[in-house]
Ligand binder design. Structure first.
Ligand code: URA
Length: 253
């Protein structure tokens, strides 16, 4: 959320950016809301991505409700436990991360998803630009996982995980992969990815013949689980926020 220069009127801004800044949804989700016809400008439903509106003079609504005023951006880290969904609502009443974020007054949401049976690190914010920077593969933000896999992956298998594995949605990008500890019939490995496809770690390990038995995300770029117990939330420090915001700049070269 750009509040650095409140005196300069900014002019028209893409609708998905306005929605993200208002904390309604990440930019990508906002695009889906636009396509679904949930967003209107001055009373007219807009379904075309890329349509702009001027926050100073246009009335933007989502499901008929005006956008909430832009909130102060806030940033938290959450250690999501196993069995908790990384959504803010569940139709079937299962536990969600919203239950762990009740004390946060702003309308925050988790950046990206972890499977219900995966635990570990989630960034929680209302800053759509930072959420987008973490999620978009272009920024190559690293996500590190520890996976307990069946069997003992060979050196060749670890090299395959590093080079890229062909999945149903295409080959995976180069990754880091190393063995942490071998057990009698299973192995803890660490994988560091720059992508965030659905079930990616499980699918990669399955593809090389070593199904995942347990999975934990231990780091997102420089942010780690250190000092957090399962279910705990902490605010990001100023230095961490500065580094996260710097991720929004596209990589050079
Ligand atoms: N990869 C997976 O398979 N599951 C997750 O929750 C995260 C990454």
């Amino acid at each position: 959320m750009r509040k650095e220069n409140p005196r300069r009127p900014e002019g028209p801004v893409r609708l998905q950016t306005l929605l993200a800044r208002a904390g309604v949804a990440s930019r990508r989700r906002a695009e889906r809301m636009i396509e679904a016809g949930r967003v209107a400008v001055n009373g007219r439903v807009v379904r075309t991505l890329g349509t702009k509106a001027d926050p100073a003079c246009d009335a933007v609504t989502v499901d008929g409700e005006p956008l909430p005023p832009v909130e102060t951006p806030v940033y938290y880290l959450l250690y999501k436990p196993v069995g908790v969904l990384s959504t803010m609502k569940d139709q079937r009443g299962r536990p969600t991360v919203a239950d762990l974020l009740e004390d946060i007054p702003q309308r925050v949401y988790p950046v990206g998803r972890l499977d219900a049976d995966t635990d570990g690190l989630l960034v929680v914010t209302n800053d759509g630009a930072v959420a987008q920077a973490i999620l978009h593969p272009r920024h190559e933000v690293t996500k590190t996982y520890r996976a307990l896999v069946a069997g003992h992956p060979s050196r060749q298998t670890m090299a395959r995980l590093r080079r890229g594995v062909v999945l149903s949605d295409g080959p995976t990008a180069p990754a880091r992969a190393r063995i942490i500890r071998r057990g009698p019939d299973e192995t803890w490995i660490e994988l560091t990815l720059t992508e965030g496809r659905k079930h990616q770690v499980k699918r990669m390990c399955q593809a090389v013949g070593h199904p995942v038995r347990r999975l934990r995300r231990t780091a997102i770029e420089f942010l780690t689980l250190e000092g957090l117990a399962s279910g705990e939330v902490r605010r990001l420090r100023q230095a961490e926020i500065r580094r996260l915001r710097a991720l929004r700049a596209p990589p050079t070269g």
